[in-house]
Design a binder for this molecule. Sequence first.
Ligand code: IMP
Length: 427
Amino acid sequence: MPAIVIVGAQWGDEGKGKATDLLGSSVDYVVKFNGGNNAGHTVVVDDQTYALHLLPSGILTPGVVPVIGNGVVVDLDVLFEEIDGLETRGVDTSRLVISANAHLIAPYNRVLDKVTERFLGSRRIGTTGRGIGPTYADKMNRIGIRVQDLFDEKILQQKVEGALELKNQVLAKIYNRRAVEVDEILDGLLAHADRVRPMVADTALLLDAALTRGDVVLLEAGQATLLDVDHGTYPFVTSSSATAGGACTGSGIPPNRIDRVVAILKAYTTRVGEGPFPTELHDDAGELLRKTGHEYGTTTGRPRRCGWFDAVIARYAARVNGVTDFVLTKLDVLTGLEKVPVCVAYDVDGVRHAEMPMTQTEFHHATPVFEELPGWWEDISLCRRLKDLPANAQSYVRTVEEMAGAPVSVVGVGPGRDACVVLRDLA
Ligand code: IMP
């Protein structure tokens, strides 16, 4: 079972850590293939809590090679801040490998991310403000700066000059900000060049060799299906490919080497940032989910928007990712409810939609059609087999599985690393 992709099925923060923990020692490589330091995962190892934004979670597992793939955008300041933070706590980060083709987040793109949001006003996306969108835009616009450019000063200078010709016009003339000096950018980037150099490799070649040897490669998506730039709720999305297809383009591993696609699905739904969210709750029930589920952003600390489980989205995620296994997380958060509403379809201006509507306008008009499932009161955090769960919790799992159209292989029943019911091994 050499290449496994892990994606989020909803709008992120579904709790991928559960799945990566379960795969644990069977994994040789953990590859981040999209996004940058807009992600946030909190990993608890031996009572120590680590908040990572850019580094792949595999950095904390001895023996695993963490890889930052070509599809990632790298902020070098953040990279070394995270590395230094881990090293001072005794974590060995020397195995980290970074693709020579990954793009760098230049300081002007951090500025542009923030000023663009302000400029958009009520149409803002609610970005994390880390420069992600403008850096991917530069990549597509072919004015991006890549990791490998750090090793050719002449080329780097040409590229920075070229980018700033455009960026300074935008910064000064549209946003009334200070123009940026070429030398200021060059100095900032080159300050990291020597330190980053030993970490840089042709990661696609490295991963090809690993797979040929029979090593297990885990490709871990940042963000999630509905934040994917193509398949998400555009324009309220991130700027990279967060679905399973992105695992190939963002790593250089071809589709026919992917064996399993594991999607993490929360037992209810959350979202940070702006954009449509049909099952969102604005009442006490939403507050209850937020409090019980500790739904506050890891990167920005923002309270997450909360709502009931949405089967239309789960079905969509199963389809666009080719999901082979769902990991249903945070089932325990629903404990104590008399009835658990589940959205089975949308009503769009009087028309029932069992699948994601075709247009953004329809999705904005979608109101959920709920079915109520019977709840349970028993503490489920110590359950380890499906039959240990209360009958109504078991039937919640089975109903979700049926509606989503792919098997649930793991159910998360509590915050602890081992707090899960495993129905089928992930590797
Ligand atoms: P950006 O990725 O900073 O450009 O933000 C675009 C949208 O994606 C915003 O709604 C963010 O809140 C959302 N987003 C980005 N990264 C994450 C994540 O790791 N979890 C949840 N939402 C995210």
